[in-house]
Design a binder for this molecule. Structure first.
Ligand code: OGA
Ligand code: MN
Length: 280
């Protein structure tokens, strides 16, 4: 089956066909997927009814897997697989969103020294209303900044902090174990992509303030940059179908999930994260 690529608006995100992930990926297919991933930042594979082992094996092709800091949503047998679901074993809804931190703009695991390269998410169960996932193109966000802003932020670092991020998204406080596992880290606000060399804004909900800047001033600057980055023309909205597989480049995108009614709608996504390098 030949591989085809159909880009969405602005070439930000593309649908890729001709791949059967469950069956396994050849090295030739892998190099085509990798090239498309770097070009489009988000790849959508439709109609991929995977099991968790195949999902995990697919992730391993891109690098070392990284389990989620929140152990309560880890797959019991496969700890590299995370399940965000509001559906109980008896089929009823829990009424609670599984992770409210995903509802605000963020880039995965930026609160660690080596944040995620890619997240690969699949959708066994989707919400009928709400639950779209939105993505912001952080390369375009950087490129469309006024030159004086680019100059101002060029050498700034932000503090990324799991505990503060939980507070901002109204989630339960970080546990003592999580605090030990994820002390605050610093990353450049302008990140150079290690594979394409392109500059991107690197911010989001895990970033709390700016190093060597008055706290409220840094918070305001981060909020302004986020408002710029999430302008409608820089966004891709993913409308889920059952058994989509979506992979995104966390080094040059942000994402968030739109709220849905966690009592009425059933939504389950399974997730594998590949560890990246230290941002520079
Ligand atoms: C994630 C995430 C959003 C979603 O898995 O990192 O933010 O659509 N998920 O569930
Ligand atoms: Mn996320």
């Amino acid at each position: 089956m030949p591989i085809t690529l159909t880009p969405f608006g602005n070439s930000f995100a593309a649908e890729i066909t001709g791949i059967n992930i469950q069956r396994g990926i050849t090295s030739e297919q892998f190099s085509q997927i990798h090239k498309a991933f770097l070009k489009h930042k988000i790849l959508v594979f439709r109609k991929q009814p995977l099991n968790d082992e195949a999902h995990q094996n697919f992730g391993t092709l891109f690098g070392e897997l990284d389990g989620h800091i929140n152990k309560s949503t880890r797959h019991k047998q496969l700890p590299s697989v995370q399940i965000f679901s509001n559906v109980k074993a008896n089929g009823e809804t829990t009424g609670i969103h599984p992770e409210k931190g995903t509802q605000v703009w963020h880039t995965d695991k930026s609160y660690t020294a080596t944040p995620s390269l890619t997240t690969i998410l699949r959708s066994p169960e989707i919400a009928k209303i709400g639950g779209d996932t939105l993505f912001a193109n952080m390369t375009s966000a950087y490129e469309t900044l006024p030159n004086e802003v680019k100059t101002t932020i060029q050498s700034l670092f932000a503090v990324h902090d799991w505990a503060r991020s939980r507070e901002k998204s109204n989630e339960r406080p970080a546990t003592p174990e999580e605090l030990r596992a994820a002390p605050p880290v610093q990353h450049p606000i302008v990140r150079t992509h290690p594979e394409t060399g392109q500059k991107a804004l690197y911010i989001g909900n895990h970033s709390s303030h700016i190093v060597d800047m008055e706290r409220s001033e840094g918070e305001a600057m981060l909020a302004d940059l986020e408002a710029h980055a999430t302008r409608p023309d820089l966004i891709y909205r993913h409308k889920w179908q059952v058994d989509d597989v979506l992979m995104w480049d966390n080094r040059c995108t942000m994402h968030c999930v739109e709220p849905y009614d966690a009592a009425k709608e059933k939504r389950s996504v399974h997730r594998v994260v590949v560890k990246g390098d230290s941002p520079y």
